[in-house]
Design a binder for this molecule. Structure first.
Ligand code: SF4
Ligand code: SF4
Length: 395
């Protein structure tokens, strides 16, 4: 049977209108009542990457959260909102992103991002045991509310990747350090999803982020809400909507490899608005080299080495840096590979930097520049080769 992904046109974040658009989006899936029964404890997981104003399109918009809370409460659900931001406490990030006001107004609860629990899931790829936020264990239903964005490390971030925020703060960095290959990180994301079992995803694609997401790109109007109980199918449809080739997205590649969710557009039934009616032209994506790498006749360890040396290097733009220290605190390397208080030539240690771009994600001032390496600059043609190879059948 095909997975159903439902699309609804949503022209603005106007509260009442957005609520009705979300209701329309969920209707083909049976409405919120198909997921929430009276008295159930409902955990809502927006994307709260950091303390960014909603207009930056980094975090799930508060109006999207408000609509989801209303619909869950209409079904008798008792709502808690949770995330473990990349930097800062949940309370401070919730205030900055406008989430706190919505939670209070709705009589919902902001969860505790410091309480953790260890889960054991047979069949996990990276590890049977995972430590996640305890709120997951306390909930009857998990509904994830991702934001459609590009991602400098993972190409695209959507429904599947949103669950990385269920990993307690400091452990996210440890995973980044341990799993430096992005396919391995994608496998971890599958493990987290298998463990937390989100029942439904409702994606905020009213405004997404193009360019160097997930925080350093630019807001882009898309005008859609997208929902599905199959998170992988939702991501595949969302990629198609904005012109990202989902076959180069590591979470989709891991899904194909490990038979997680629906990874082919042919096996997805689109309900509501057709994809063509909402399709976005000229959406700026993150350049990547993976297709070129795949056709090179080198063993994996050499491809990893090339990838690391070709990967852009973070640099601090002194004119923009506000010396908040978020990059230093968020760097998973010990000691941190980035220090804004050092002289410019020594701010980033290129030898220990693992090119995870957490610093780029967490910087509130767009002060982390991603400099192309010399090898990449010499090989500028790789971007066009990359495009070309995506169109050669069988590669
Ligand atoms: S400096 Fe930035 S890209 Fe390098 S390891 Fe630290 S957080 Fe990751
Ligand atoms: S580079 Fe960005 S994150 Fe780092 S100290 Fe400067 S403003 Fe803060």
């Amino acid at each position: 049977m095909k997975a159903t992904v439902s699309l609804a046109r949503a022209g603005s974040y106007d509260g009442h209108e957005l609520l009705e658009r979300m209701r329309a989006c969920l209707a083909p899936l049976g409405g919120m009542a198909a997921f929430v029964r009276p008295g159930q404890r409902v955990l809502l997981k927006p994307n709260l990457l950091g303390a960014f104003h909603p207009d930056r399109a980094v975090t799930t918009h508060p109006s999207v959260l408000a609509a989801a809370i209303t619909l869950a409460q209409e079904c008798g659900g008792v709502v808690t909102v949770i995330d473990s931001p990349g930097t800062g406490s949940l309370a401070s990030v919730a205030r900055a992103t406008g989430i706190d006001a919505v939670v209070r107004a709705a009589g919902a609860t902001l969860g505790d991002e410091t309480a953790v629990e260890t889960f054991e899931t047979p069949g996990n790829i990276i590890g049977r045991k995972l430590t996640l936020l305890k709120a997951v264990a306390d909930a009857d239903v998990l509904i994830t509310l991702p934001k459609l964005k590009t991602h400098v490390q993972m190409t695209f971030t959507g429904a599947v990747k949103n669950q990385l925020g269920l990993v307690p703060g400091v452990q996210k960095g440890q995973y980044h350090f341990r799993l430096q290959n992005r396919l391995r990180l994608a496998e971890l994301l599958l493990d987290i999803n298998r463990t937390a079992k989100p029942a439904l995803a409702i994606m905020d694609a009213v405004y997404g982020m193009e360019g160097n997401g997930p925080s350093g790109g630019e807001p882009r109007f898309i005008g859609a809400l997208i929902a599905s109980a199959d998170l992988m199918a939702l991501d595949v449809a969302a990629c198609d909507l904005v012109g990202i080739d989902s076959s180069v997205v590591p979470t989709v590649q891991a899904g194909i490899q490990h038979r997680f969710g629906t990874t082919a557009l042919d096996h997805i039934s689109i309900a509501g608005e057709p994809l063509d009616a909402l399709r976005v032209q000229g959406f700026r994506t993150v350049a990547h080299l993976k297709h070129v790498m795949r056709i090179l006749p080198f063993p994996q360890f050499m491809l990893d080495w090339f990838g690391r040396h070709w990967a852009p290097r973070p640099r601090i733009d002194a004119a923009c840096c506000v010396h908040c220290g978020a990059c230093h605190r968020g760097c998973p390397v010990d000691p941190p590979a980035i220090d804004p208080e050092m002289p410019p030539a020594r701010q980033v240690n290129d030898h220990t930097c693992i090119r995870c771009y957490c610093c780029h994600e967490f910087c509130p001032a767009k002060a982390i520049l991603l400099r192309r390496s010399l090898a990449d600059r010499i090989g500028r043609f790789t971007a066009s080769l990359d495009w070309l190879t995506t169109r050669i059948p069988g590669i």
